[in-house]
Ligand binder design. Sequence first.
Ligand code: F6P
Length: 531
Amino acid sequence: MKFPRCDETEAWAALKGHFEAHGREFDLREAFVRDPGRFAAMGVAAPEVFADLSKNRLDTATLHFLRDLARECGLEARRDAMLAGAPINVTEGRAVLHTALRAPRGAGLHGDEVHEVLEAMLAYAETVRDTAGSGIRHVVNIGIGGSDLGPQMVVPALDAFVHPGLSFHFVSNVDGHDITPVLRRLKPEQTLFIIASKTFTTQETMANAQAARAWFTAQGGKDVARHFVAATTNVKAAAEFGISTTFGFWDWVGGRYSLWSAIGLPIAIAIGADGFRALLAGARAMDEHFAQAAVERNLPMLLGLIDVWYRNFHGFTSRSVAPYHQGLKRLPAYLQQLEMESNGKCVDEDGRALSFATSPVVWGEPGTNGQHAYFQMLHQGSDVIPVEFILVKRPTHALTDLHHKLLANGLAQSQALMLGKSSEQALTEKAPTASKSLDALTLARHRSFPGNRPSTTLLLDQLTPRSLGALIALYEHRVFTSGALWGINSFDQWGVELGKALCSDLLPRLASGDVAGLDGSTAGLLKRLRE
Ligand code: F6P
């Protein structure tokens, strides 16, 4: 199955013309004046998530051209190939089937294996949650990248659903400053270590796992087999480490798509079997939407298409994520791996160099904290950075007043980005803190906002296991969409290999001081580190 790359299509050429004629100068404020029905037309309801796309720099014509682009690039056929288990990860000859992990029994590929591990993992999670029986109070997940970021993002996001007698800790960095303060607070008999690693060879995870085991025995811990479990595709290596309780998964689950597999064990322990099933069900609902909805109402596809529009036509280099929910504080970090490790590529599936840009930089912080840090740059900086607001209608706390303030802030930011403020407007306003020695016009220029800055707002009714599952799956499929249009393999990550290989070379040199053959900078730094 071969489809043209985006830049080889007629739609791409049409989009270029459309951008020059209407896109570059598109003004959101005028668009709302021209079309009072814009919000209704550009609101998309997907399972658990409503998206307001109306504050984006596009119109119906843009959406038509983008839909044509999707058709010409075979987006739907590519999606179907992924869902059917075709080996679309071509550089590793692997299928990409994280969607199979959330299919009900009998409805997905590899169903028997998937549900066998799921049942075992959920049953185990329930035994740990029985704190009277297990004696466990602390769960420490040791993993990195996809074996860390998913659970590390989801557990605090679902804090309201987490077992009150259990504390969760996430150790990832091969930096003793990560694990040391965690271990300081623990007692061996109350602690469960989960060693999470798809390969069970990752340097950071293995080093931390060994440090944890050494601490456990040094502190008088008795039963390694009871206090250490593993989530891995490499069951043999886990057994060699001394772990007898292992939950496996498969090479068709990519690291950054693995929180639905055994890598989700900390989540299952935190929110229980029913909660984990609800998380899977939410993702499954989004999978069905992605698989069935027409392109023009298919939210992951629309978001991916807008990403292409912004990256390749407007030339926007980054996207900021602003979750107005403190529980989602790790969502930007999670999305950085999901999107940038997937789509940060500069050759296509056939190894041909790309003549266009791919993954934007994804970054952000929860609102309102971000407002008091970098939002200045979003409003008045020289770059246009599309922002994605995530608002949650109903909190899981009773502090209604705070929640209303939070929501009002989120709405105000997207409104301010779009509306801006002219210097004429600023001139009419009083600015009590402004310098009295500056003339009014200069001051007004400092106090004006260009506006017309785009944003998308995603609305969730409440942050629950089900809605979070749907939200994450939405992001996964959006990343698939832009990657498919760019014609890249979104499912490998060769870009992390070179640094790993060089690290293996440098590690013994740090001990020996041998700098032979090194470049001048690395040799100089290594020497200084040894002084
Ligand atoms: O950073 C590269 C990477 O392979 C990620 O894709 C993966 O999530 C992470 O390392 C951890 O790998 P593992 O689960 O095999 O320890």
